[in-house]
Design a protein around this ligand. Sequence first.
Ligand SMILES: [Cu+2]
Length: 168
Amino acid sequence: MILARSLFVDIAILLALAAIAAIGYLYSPLLLPKSDISVRPDPACDLNREACRARLPDGGEVELSLSPHPIPVARPIKIQVQVSGPTAATVDRMEVDFAGTTMNMGYNRATLSPLGNGRFTGETSIPLCITGHMTWQGTLIATTDRQHITVPFEFEAPIAEDSGSTAR
Ligand SMILES: [Cu+2]
């Protein structure tokens, strides 16, 4: 009798822990870009000048373009993503999360609209930093039926025009 009761309590605790883990799993994407696979973009590429690419594990590619150039702050930014290769047909959801690399700049995430053939588009804006300009991380989050693929792109916004104009 006592044994049966303690077993019941153990099972109840296990179920409660499983429920907490499940809730944490479901809600964590709201706070941090959740990632099963993370791929690095070409570090030499500059989003302020051009579209940048990263190679996917399946051999395909993902390309991110932010326009206009240079990338503005507190004004509309157009986001274009092109996925190529086998992954393209499996993406259910495409988002880009913008975060300050050295400072918390708040929650800035855009969900893109699918245009077909692996193309996605959307619009967003990022806030002006109190320090004048800073390095942003624009993390592309592709959700497929099986996994979250993230690609952390870095860029400066607004870019420092030259050393003279930013010195005050
Ligand atoms: Cu900042």
